[in-house]
Ligand binder design. Structure first.
Ligand code: SAH
Ligand code: SF4
Ligand code: F3S
Length: 466
């Protein structure tokens, strides 16, 4: 996989339809929350350049796929979608209408110009480090070029990306993502992120605080700080000293109107004392921690280059729970990493039983080109991976159900987020991320209210205002 990529341009015939004003963008987002945040920032950048965003692909003059490369299936989805878009583009061309197709995100960074070779209907490929250049790239495409922009920019994209307009923040609702950290230096042997997102970079305290204040000013009640390694975030505070994520959370908790803080995704090696203390001290910091461990066998953890043991992880969980006893744990797991034996897998099951997760994500190992894991011997058979995944997911689903069931009859705090799926309902979020379904008259969107849980669904809670 290429880490720093060249800029390539090839001239092609500009279609006549360029003369008609084309000003609607449709962005389809794959992958993690960081891509959700990035898609919003791309919308903001393009809106400053005169585009409006649309949810209807048929109306769009510019279609961007913001992609994910984490597993093979994720990357392949993009190519099947590009097949559909190619047909749509051909149909449009027949009707004399232009349609620009772009690929952004982690597949763009990993595959660069290869995407144009495989899918010639694509006009532009832009990697995550250069989204601030997107309006310029689109202009060049409309001038008749194909553009691949996957170099790591020297300038900080966050200094150049326009902030969303207040009305756009309001439209996005009462919860928001805020990327504070990007990239990863950990190089787990299964993972593409260090290659697609580059090395760890932290945004400055001033930038983060200013963005959080703007969000709060537009009515946002809950902010989730994002980073591929969010707890590796560090920055210089106003006093000149080095701050870690814990300190940053104390600062953000002071912002009027911001009532809930979350952060994701953390690495066990970066959970320091101050961050754990923040969980003890800050009521604003939600009692929820997504702390992936991936596997329970020390042999496999070593082969994955996780740099911690199962016992280290369990000790850490004990410290976190000692600081905040109502904290809910969530994790990510990979089954069938090369060399994983039945006994190794049983270690994962044992660890899960010990932790008791409130929710979790689990995946079959997917070999990724350019990562050390892909070249390892002893790949696990697909049938074995399937069976292990089924067993693990059955256990995790049971734990999730146990967690939600434990809330029946309890009074919990809920942030009301949006209208419910059915008429007469509104939907909120519990401190532990379950959907809470309430009567529409119980509270208004943006309210934080105490409710009593009456019954449970699949990771959801029905509740009454008290
Ligand atoms: N930065 C986060 C995770 C990023 S990727 C962390 O360090 O925890 C999200 C999850 O995808 C990972 O936690 C892992 O469980 C899974 N994943 C990553 N690479 C994978 C691969 N090659 N095959 C299967 N799952 C993978
Ligand atoms: Fe990937 Fe590991 Fe970095 Fe997480 S810590 S992004 S799993 S390399
Ligand atoms: Fe996927 Fe990139 Fe996120 S690979 S998980 S979109 S960082």
């Amino acid at each position: 996989m290429r880490r720093s990529m060249e800029l390539k341009e090839a001239h092609h015939q500009a279609p006549d339809a360029l003369l008609t004003p084309a000003k609607k963008v449709f962005i389809k987002t794959y992958g993690c929350q960081m891509n959700v945040y990035d898609s919003q920032r791309m919308n903001d950048a393009l809106s400053a350049d005169g585009y409006t965003s649309t949810d209807v692909i048929e109306d769009a003059d510019l279609v961007l796929l913001n992609t994910c490369h984490i597993r093979e299936k994720a990357a392949e989805k993009v190519y099947s979608e590009l097949g559909r878009l190619r047909d749509m583009k051909a149909e449009r061309a027949g009707a004399g209408r232009e349609m620009v197709i772009g690929v952004t995100g982690c597949v763009a960074q990993a595959e660069g110009g290869e995407i144009l070779r495989r899918s010639p209907a694509v006009d532009l490929v832009v990697g995550p480090q250069t989204y601030h250049r997107l309006p310029d790239v689109v202009r060049r495409v409309r001038g008749g070029q194909k553009v691949v922009e996957t170099e790591y920019a020297l300038e900080d994209k966050f200094d150049h990306l326009p902030q969303p307009r207040r009305q756009d923040v309001i439209k996005r609702g009462v919860t928001a993502f805020l990327t504070v950290q990007e990239g990863c230096d950990k190089f787990c042997t299964f993972c593409v992120v260090p290659y697609t997102r580059g090395s760890e970079v932290s945004r400055s305290v001033a930038q983060i605080v200013a963005e959080a204040e703007r969000l709060a000013d537009a009515g946002v009640r809950e902010v989730t700080l994002l980073g591929q390694n969010v707890n590796a975030w560090h920055g210089e505070g106003p006093d000149g000293s080095e701050w870690g994520l814990g300190r940053l959370l104390y600062r953000l908790a002071d912002i009027p109107g911001l009532s809930r803080l979350r952060y994701t995704t953390s690495h066990p090696r970066d959970m320091d004392d101050e961050l754990i203390a923040a969980h003890r001290d800050l009521r604003t910091l939600m009692p929820y921690l997504h702390l992936p461990v991936q596997a329970g066998s020390n042999r496999i953890l070593k082969a994955m280059n996780r740099k911690h043991t199962a016992a280290d992880y369990l000790k850490l969980i004990d410290r976190v729970r000692a600081a905040r006893d109502d904290i809910a744990l969530s994790g990510d797991f990979i089954v069938g990493f090369p060399g994983e034996t039945d006994a190794d897998f049983e270690d994962t099951m044992t660890l899960v039983r010990e932790v008791r997760y409130a929710s979790a994500f689990s995946f079959k190992y997917s070999p990724r080109p350019g990562t050390p894991g892909a070249d390892m011997k002893n790949h696990v058979e697909e049938a074995v991976k399937n069976e292990r995944l089924q067993r693990l997911q059955a256990l995790l689903t049971q734990q999730q159900q146990d967690f939600v069931d434990s809330l029946i009859g309890k009074t919990i705090e809920t942030l009301v987020e949006k209208p419910g799926r059915e008429a007469g309902q509104v939907m909120g979020r519990s401190p532990w991320l379950q959907t809470v379904i309430l009567d529409v008259n119980a509270a208004r969107i943006g309210d934080i209210v105490d409710v009593k849980v009456t019954k449970t669904g699949y990771n959801s809670l029905y509740a009454e205002r008290i």
